[in-house]
Design a protein around this ligand. Structure first.
Ligand code: PGA
Length: 258
């Protein structure tokens, strides 16, 4: 049974990474809102860099688009040069935060323990965490995908209270598929995402696993979105490169329902 029939509204998130000035982001959101008029039954988010969040939240107000941050720090305030707290993000009108993206793990040394603390802070201050997990190419080739997910998912969720489980989203993003044009075959993505769902069930219980949205990310584009969204466990997508143009992103949002 597909996620929507289980009450999991499909979610499409555009991760802008380090692209778009504040002004460029604002005009993108205006154009996107127009391109998506009439779209129903799905949630749409974009994640600008920190510098664009204020203006993005202002422009998105009253449209079908909500705003996510690309990261969040776990402390509320303090002497943490360069960091931004969940309270500060919520104050701008930001609704969600991507946490533990593989680029942050790879270039900035994020660990599963940090992810857990950030998830907890996001939930405590009204932000919806979008937790990224996924294996590297070497790990997949070594047959270690399940093992990697069995570490990342439970540790990342370790500080989540059961009553908050419905507010958590996960994104399975195999590192070998990110920005490479090598999308996971829909069957491969489905298989890994069903493993992620099993880990959620083992950590937070079967009911939580039924409610939790799990996205796929990694070279998603207009050419593969329909096939990906036809998989029973894929509840949406996290989009990088193809999310930077209104045309390709709005086509992704308008995926065909199976
Ligand atoms: P990509 O990035 O769509 O450009 O592969 C996905 C991501 O990093 O979230």
């Amino acid at each position: 049974m597909a996620g929507a029939e289980r009450g999991r509204t499909p979610l499409v998130v555009g991760n802008w990474k380090m692209f778009k000035t504040s002004g460029e982001g604002a005009s993108f959101i205006r154009d996107l809102a127009e391109a998506l008029s009439g779209v129903k039954d799905r949630e749409i988010m974009v994640a600008p860099p920190f510098t664009g969040l204020y203006e993005a939240a202002q422009v998105a107000e009253g449209t079908c688009i909500s705003i996510a941050a690309q990261d969040v720090f776990w402390e509320r305030e303090g002497a943490y040069t360069g960091e931004v707290s969940a309270t500060m993000l919520a104050d701008l009108g930001v609704k969600a935060a991507i946490i533990g993206h593989s680029e942050r793990r790879q270039y900035f040394g994020e660990t599963d323990e940090w992810v857990a603390k950030k998830v907890c802070a996001a939930l405590d201050h009204g932000l919806q965490p979008i937790i990224c997990v996924g294996e590297s190419e070497e790990e997949r080739e070594a047959g270690a995908t399940a093992e990697v997910l069995a570490e990342q998912v439970p540790v990342g969720l370790s500080l989540v209270r059961r009553e908050d489980a419905g507010r958590v989203t996960l994104a399975y993003e195999p590192i070998w598929a990110i920005g490479t044009g090598k999308t996971a075959d829909p069957g491969v993505a489905q298989e890994a995402i069903s493993l992620v769902r099993r880990e959620v069930a083992d950590t937070l219980g079967a009911e939580a696993a039924r409610m939790t949205r799990i996205l796929y990310g990694g070279s998603v584009g207009p050419g593969n979105i329909d096939e990906l969204m036809a998989q029973p466990d894929i509840d949406g997508v996290l989009v990088g490169g193809a999310g930077l143009q209104v045309g390709s992103f709005s086509r992704i949002v308008r995926f065909e329902k199976p």
